[in-house]
Design a protein around this ligand. Structure first.
Ligand code: VGL
Ligand code: ZN
Length: 180
């Protein structure tokens, strides 16, 4: 069993003070930094939108390619990252899932590296973490979601709980970082 840590969208715009800052979004950073040591393969995704994306009909402008808002949270240990994915780069779709990355075909990359098991963490529970975890299961990977290393938009109260239920029902294993 070869495992990879997949860190979804730990970017300034999803952290407090960002244009789509989520409550306690920055709290995932120390948890994730600690986890990175336990993984031989660390992969990140970044929301990386053009300014004129259809995505911004639903969301405040965030994570525009090349801007400070699209950078990783400054405390994330970025030198430990083996592969950086970019997604949402097209102006026609949302690109919530890391499996929709446009700079590399993630599923193929994982298979080529004989990864069978993926641990998903990051931002946000109810959008990109959820879509990434659901796609990971669909692609046949053993998929864990690290419940103390994620944070939600919660546009509607309870969206975080509903997202976790959906991931669990699809076959994801919910774990806490201490159990890994
Ligand atoms: C995300 C909303 C809009 C995410 C991205 O990373 O979860 N959420 N774009
Ligand atoms: Zn986005």
């Amino acid at each position: 069993m070869k495992k990879a840590l997949l860190i979804v969208d730990v970017q300034n715009d999803f952290c407090p003070g960002g244009t789509l800052g989520v409550k306690e979004g920055d709290k995932v950073v120390p948890v994730i930094n600690k986890l990175m040591e336990q993984f031989a393969l660390v992969i990140t995704s970044q929301d990386w939108h053009p300014t004129d994306s259809v995505h911004f009909e639903k969301w405040p402008v965030h994570c525009v390619a090349g801007t400070h808002g699209a950078d990783f949270h400054p405390d994330l240990l970025s030198d430990k990252i083996d592969l950086k994915l970019r997604k949402g780069t097209d102006n026609r779709d949302d690109g919530y899932s890391a499996f929709e990355a446009t700079n590399i075909a993630l599923a193929k990359y994982l298979r080529d590296h004989e990864v069978t098991t993926i641990y998903v963490c990051g931002l946000t529970t109810d959008y990109c973490v959820k879509q990434t975890a659901l796609d990971a299961v669909k692609q046949g990977f053993h998929t864990y979601v690290i419940t103390d290393a994620i944070a939600a938009v919660n546009a509607q109260p309870g969206d975080d709980r509903r997202a976790l239920n959906e991931m669990y029902a699809a076959g994801c294993v919910l774990v806490e970082s201490e159990e890994i």
